[in-house]
Design a protein around this ligand. Sequence first.
Ligand code: MG
Ligand code: FE
Length: 169
Amino acid sequence: MSDTKKYVDQWLRDAHAMEQQAETILEGQIDRIRHYPALAKRMETHLEETKSQRERLEDCMERRGISASGLKDASAKFTAMMQNLGGVFAGDEVIKGALASYSFEAMEIASYRILAAAAEADGDAQTAQLCRDICTEEEAMAEWLKEHMPNLTVAFFDRANADDTEAKR
Ligand code: MG
Ligand code: FE
């Protein structure tokens, strides 16, 4: 087996684990940002996209004859869970969450740019196209987060300065 093919297979498994992690992180965040409906709605849309990305990667991996790495997926889920727990008592968790989400999208964008080029080098145009398609979805999410960062900060201060402690989140 060529190194190119070997790495494409490995990086597809990594991407699959990454999407599982994304799923867990998004589910945790949506739970905690109910006072920010625009952000919650966008994250719900991206959660559906993320599930579909995972499924499309599974189809792609099946076509290439590779299995998902169960161990890596399990540890990715655990890391994501801990990441969610970490924000519970922060107070500014919506801001920390937006920061973390943007960083995660940037990592996804880089991963799929790399994978698309790698798949192209491996002569697998179908996988390359899938990675470009997914990358477009990640870029749209990153762009939305970037655009809404100032509004989110203002909305956060509106809540943080409110007397009602329940409203602070
Ligand atoms: Mg994704
Ligand atoms: Fe994403």
